[in-house]
Design a protein around this ligand. Structure first.
Ligand SMILES: [Zn+2]
Ligand SMILES: [Zn+2]
Length: 319
């Protein structure tokens, strides 16, 4: 199983500015410091050695994550944030306009940053495509319809050419969908959100974004530890620092890297992926959170290590 991240920002897309790119160039050239970069190979090796925050970017698109499984011809996605546009363009490039595809989408909730990519999702405009949108909110179809048409968008939902279906799932109930055993779980968030546990062929990934955790509630922590139990990868809402999540931004519906480490350690998960990055954070701030989280994991490690990664637009993880 592979997981590909198409959008990893929280709340709002956050593209780089010209000043951001310039600062990366200045930082990179400052690092050259008398080195010889006379061949393309030497340049490549130098760039590869730079910190990710200088040579790359965590990206600016909002939540959209793809599950890839070689045996499955159906496409599986979590959330339809602005990252869904680039994903849809890639699907069209790969399959062409005359080769209908089936897409299964699992929606954490219908806050705007999680549905805003759908009007710009090219497969929705092509007849023959089938898009099945799964979620636990009864009003999920209404949220998708509302963002199409006047006064928000030039195309009405009814004008979309693909066959679009909405399926309401039951939390805490495992269903086989597109070859995966899928279990949704209710999460603490304004208007509720749901995490999804996907299992197939002995591999497990949990998508758990837009989810606030109360550190003082051990029963709730145990509920999530069971949900994350032995997962190969937990994609976790780590939007805030612990200090923010438990003080000024309490009740804002998001969590922190520290709580992610605690829950994954309780659950004996193998890998934690920090996700739903705060839109005001620069690449170096996100990288700094990653380094601090790795240090925290080292000093709190019990027996088996927990690998910590941070999501960026374009990252592929193989389980
Ligand atoms: Zn969100
Ligand atoms: Zn939300």
């Amino acid at each position: 199983m592979q997981i590909r991240f198409w959008g990893t920002r929280g709340s709002l897309p956050a593209p780089l500015t010209a000043a951001d790119v310039r600062a990366k160039l200045v930082a990179a050239l400052t690092e050259v410091q008398g080195r010889s970069l006379e061949t393309p190979a030497a340049v490549e090796a130098f760039v590869a050695g730079l910190p990710f925050s200088i040579r790359g970017t965590f990206g600016g698109d909002s939540s959209c994550v793809e599950l890839i499984d070689g045996e499955n011809t159906n496409h599986v996605l979590c959330d339809m944030g602005s990252g869904a546009r680039r994903y849809g363009v890639e699907m069209l490039r790969r399959h062409g306009p005359d080769n209908p595809q089936t897409y299964h989408v699992f929606m954490s909730h219908t806050h705007w940053d999680h549905i805003m990519g759908f009007p710009m999702f090219p497969p929705a405009y092509l007849p023959g495509n089938r898009i099945i949108i799964h979620g636990c909110h009864a009003e999920i179809a209404g949220a998708f319809h509302r963002q199409h048409g006047a006064p928000s968008f030039p195309v009405e939902f009814s004008q979309l050419q693909a066959a679009i279906e909405f399926v309401v799932l039951k939390p805490d109930t495992t269903t086989e969908i597109a070859g995966y055993q899928v279990t949704p779980l209710l999460q603490r968030h304004s208007g509720d959100s749901y995490g999804y546990r996907f299992e197939k062929n002995g591999k497990c990934v949990v998508y758990s974004t837009d989810s606030e955790h109360r550190t003082e509630q051990s029963e709730e922590a145990e509920r999530f530890a069971r949900f994350f139990n032995n997962a190969d990868l937990v994609i976790f809402d780590a939007m805030y620092s612990l200090a923010e999540a438990t003080s000024v931004k309490e009740d804002w519906g998001h969590s922190s890297n520290v709580i992610g480490v605690e829950l994954c350690q309780m659950a004996n998960a193998k890998r934690l992926c920090l996700f739903h990055h705060e839109p005001t954070y620069s690449d170096s701030q996100i990288e700094d959170v990653l380094h601090k989280t790795r240090r925290l994991e080292e000093i709190t490690r019990a027996e088996t290590p927990l690998e910590i990664i941070t999501a960026y637009d374009g990252l592929t993880v193989t389980l």
